[in-house]
Write a protein that binds this ligand. Sequence first.
Ligand code: FE2
Ligand code: FE2
Length: 243
Amino acid sequence: MNQTAVAGTVGEWTARNFRCVVVVEKYGIDFHEEASVPLEEACRQRGLDLDAVLSELQSAAEPRQAVAGDWANVPLRALTKHINARHHEYLKLELPRLRQRLDRMATRHGARDAGLLSRLHTAYCNLQEELELHLHKEEMILFPTIDRYESAAENGYRVAAPPFGSVRNPIQMMLREHDGATETLRQIRVITRDYVPADYACANFRAVFASLEELEADLLEHIRVENEFLFPRAAELEKSLLG
Ligand SMILES: [Fe+2]
Ligand SMILES: [Fe+2]
């Protein structure tokens, strides 16, 4: 097959998500200025191997597949491990990357999208700050308590009540924070008009919207797994251990 025809333009690749932006930037291609340049041409100018760049882009462009699991029955330790590896690590990488891009867009973009960008920037910064704290609380307080309960149940140890009284207390807080994040995601969807960029939107906008939409899907699944499986199971386990 003709690779040039398959390759498309730089902007067509980077409109898919930020992982593609990271790939082209790694090769010194300015995805904003060179959005309309065929990828083959951008590679030729730099003496890059088109097949190698293309193969990296193809794997970066793969949509994140949902991970199915028997979350009602797997050990809780396996569930907290899955949430950390699949969702927390993703957010830790993606949240600052999107913030950096939005900060840059807020200073560089003209009056045409100033209102949208400013509302998006404010909503996104709220989401990022709340989520970073939220992940920290889950990883430092809640998840270790759940893992400790499970080890005690498996080994028949007695376990003391945690300093915060009951696991239900941090769970209540996490549930409220999940509601807050869901509401902010809803606002971002309204601001971006369902993540559809305007016809004139530049490469930055397209990459940001695509990544935000991916982040929304990931976060809603993350929240669902915690709300429907992890939290109720942890509260039940505590009841069986502490009464
Ligand atoms: Fe989480
Ligand atoms: Fe959470």
